[in-house]
Design a protein around this ligand. Structure first.
Ligand SMILES: *Cc1c(COP(=O)(O)O)cnc(C)c1O
Length: 495
């Protein structure tokens, strides 16, 4: 299997990049995202063969379909290291039942208690194997600017992985106290973390400047490193996300909630469109999916896109209680366009997005997209009410992102009358957003900082997850805070 950019038709269909090359390079030279040259179709037999396996076994089978050039044993090792204790002490992605026909796929049992762990626990291991396979002799230096969750998940994923170092920059006053505590106490011999005096954009621009500054890149190369990133457009992050759609389906068959071959829906809290696009890949591969419901918060650029065929980022940006979905450019939507509209149109749309902030997709293409996708959004008020109701009806705590999706599946069912068994993807532990969850459940103001987690534990009788427990009492390893202008020097000192 070869990979091609979403934006350029291959001159020679024999060319294309290997899986190892696309995992090392992340983004294509023309600015597009990498996609496989064909999508492997699997039948009922394949799904039957997954039923008796655990998550790691299912992961092995799905990754093997896409990772030409990797030995079965290498893929198996990566999955075993990624999805076992201590990272995932129990089942990595259990599906739990709220009521008949309505289930939650919990994707937050990893070391940072959010769904990014599902990909970021295994992607660094795939990258470490990919570097020599791609012919690269140097080690990778991963630079990350983070507004909170991605930085911590990347640190956990890359810590002590051979052939890789990671440097994370966060806005000193732009992350929550719990998020900051998680990062500055990070363990591992190949990690560094540093606060930036400024906001997230300052941190992100600083990282981009380093990538673009030939002199800094040369000085880093002289120390034996090439620069790389771990962001969500890397195929190595998308691929592992396909697994949990298959795995959840298998768990529902095994528990007798559905029969093999029955269609189900997935409702996905969406930001950059990576998570839900993995669900679309699973659907194209042959998983029996009736609808993928794209759930947004008040930054509902995607809801409008699915309704009108026009993607328009020229709109007000809202800061919401589900910050990981506060996004106006959903990068991975480009992959959906490439599958449905082809290379040439995708390049046109992306050029238009860059120039005018909007593009308009042909009706024919939209009809194909709407065969599978539906979309909706929920305000903060609706999400808080959903958290409250979910706890009072089912004694089940959800976070603010999951609440957006649970609200949206309710509205979707009311609007369409569709009674298909539905799975809502749960992307973060409620304790990651303890203040908002506590207030939604109790109606009272939450205490600040770590005390909010203790208050939520007390009010709900649900224990604080182990990775977050006593986070305020751990040893601080990375107290540094610097000006954005000093980022390059900081990196050169650390490596
Ligand atoms: C990143 C994230 C999302 C959005 O996922 P995308 O793949 O960007 O659509 C939703 N919820 C949480 C908690 C996240 O961290």
């Amino acid at each position: 299997m070869k990979y091609y950019s979403t934006r350029t038709a291959p001159d020679d269909p024999g060319e294309g990049r290997s899986a190892a090359e696309v995992i090392v390079s992340g983004i294509a030279e023309d600015g597009g995202l990498y996609m496989p040259d064909s999508i492997p179709r699997v039948g009922p037999d394949f799904i039957s063969s997954l039923l008796p396996l655990d998550y790691r076994g299912r992961s092995d089978k799905i990754l093997s379909l896409y990772l030409d050039g990797f030995e079965p044993d290498e893929i198996h090792r990566c999955g075993l290291d990624a999805y076992s204790a201590p990272s995932f002490p129990a089942s990595p992605a259990p599906t739990v039942k709220l009521e008949d026909g309505l289930h939650i796929l919990e994707l937050w049992h990893g070391p940072t208690c959010a769904f990014k762990d599902m990909a970021l626990q295994i992607m660094p291991k795939l990258l470490s194997l990919s570097i020599p396979k791609s012919g690269e002799k140097r080690d990778a230096l991963i630079l990350v600017a983070t507004s909170g969750d991605t930085g911590k998940a990347a640190l956990e994923g890359f810590r002590d992985v051979p052939g890789v170092r990671i440097s994370v920059f966060y806005p000193a006053d732009g992350v929550s106290r719990v998020q900051k505590a998680q990062m500055i106490t990070q363990k591992g011999g190949n990690v560094s973390v540093c606060g930036i005096r400024g906001n997230f954009d300052d941190a992100q621009s600083g990282v981009k400047r380093i990538f673009g500054d030939a002199e800094t890149v040369r000085r880093i190369a002289r120390k034996g490193y090439f620069l790389s990133s771990a962001n969500s457009i890397n195929w190595g992050r998308l691929l592992p996300q396909i697994t949990y759609y298959f795995s959840s389906y298998c768990d529902l068959v095994n528990s007798g909630e559905i029969t093999a071959g029955e269609m189900i829906n997935f409702c996905v809290p969406t930001g950059n469109f990576g998570d839900i696009f993995a669900g679309y890949m699973a659907t194209l591969m042959g998983l029996p999916v009736r609808r993928l419901i794209c759930a947004s918060n008040s930054n509902n650029v995607l809801t409008d896109f699915f309704a009108t065929g026009v993607y328009d980022r020229n709109r007000r940006f809202y800061t919401t209680a589900s910050p990981s979905m506060d996004i106006l450019i959903s990068s991975n939507l480009e992959r959906l366009l490439s599958v449905t509209a082809g290379y040439a149109k995708t390049a046109e749309y992306m050029a238009s997005l860059k120039e005018t902030g909007r593009y308009s997709v042909d009706e024919e293409v939209m009809n194909e997209i709407r065969d599978v996708f539906d979309a909706g959004y929920a305000s903060d008020g609706e999400s808080f009410e959903t958290i409250r109701r979910c706890f009072s009806d089912y004694s089940y705590l959800i976070d603010t992102h999951t609440a957006v999706a649970l609200s949206c599946i309710g509205k979707y069912r009311e609007r369409t009358g569709d009674k298909t068994t539905s799975v809502v993807l749960s992307t973060a532990s409620p304790f990651k957003f303890a203040g908002a969850v506590y207030t939604s459940v109790t109606g009272k103001d939450a205490p600040a900082g770590y005390a909010a987690l203790e208050a939520l534990e007390e009010a709900s009788s649900v224990p604080i997850p182990e990775p977050l427990r006593d986070i305020d009492k751990r040893e601080i390893r990375f107290p540094d805070e610097i000006d954005p202008a000093d980022m390059a020097d900081h990196i050169l000192r650390e490596i």
